[in-house]
Design a protein around this ligand. Sequence first.
Ligand SMILES: [Zn+2]
Length: 255
Amino acid sequence: MADFFMVLFGLAAGSFLNVVIHRLPRDQSVIHPASACPACSQAIRWQDNIPVLSYVLLGGRCRHCRARISARYAAVEILNAALWFFLWKHSGPGIEFAFSALLFSLLLAIVFTDFETGLIPDELSLGGLAAGLVFAALVPGHFAAADWKGALISSVTAALTGGGLLYLTGLVGQLLFRKESMGMGDMKLLAMLGAFLGMPGVFFVFLIAPILALPAALFGRLVRKEETLPFGPYLAIAGGFIFLWGSEMQIFFWG
Ligand SMILES: [Zn+2]
């Protein structure tokens, strides 16, 4: 029964994430006004705003103007519900679950805003950074620390390291290619991930993310002739992976 409710909560939270993904990059409030069709501006009634179900029943179209609704809406709801269900099974009830659900929902929103607009809103990255510091103080066990002070030091150090590493990477890129290669948004995102992961997890993310991004970068450069590639989604995916399996990776590499 708890599993079932977790999926429902995950879907509802995913529905809110869609509002966040659409509005934050446009500097609009996520609370007011109520959701409206982007094509005809008709307000969406509650019975047309039920996660996934309404999308299926309406055939992926607005009830009023029949404009296509992006499949992203249903995809984000399903992905968020799947993540919450998985995390619920992974860590069980408790404060660790609450923070991991928050982290993964923030990362999901960041992946989609960065892919769609090339922006990572500060509300997500800096808000997540603050949440990561609180997480360290409340769940020191996740940072392999004896007490909250040790965990907080690890969290703060990793946040500074994450931001600093990408800042330096950006400087080197600017010297080599004479143009801006790393955005401020990516820096803040790796700082946020550092706060949640502590040391040395943030280094893993810094090393893994470019490997994940490489196929898309080559494809974008050679096939689609794109100049810029969002890096945030790959940082976010690597960060989520290390959050769950970072300690297993350390054991694997160093015994
Ligand atoms: Zn419409």
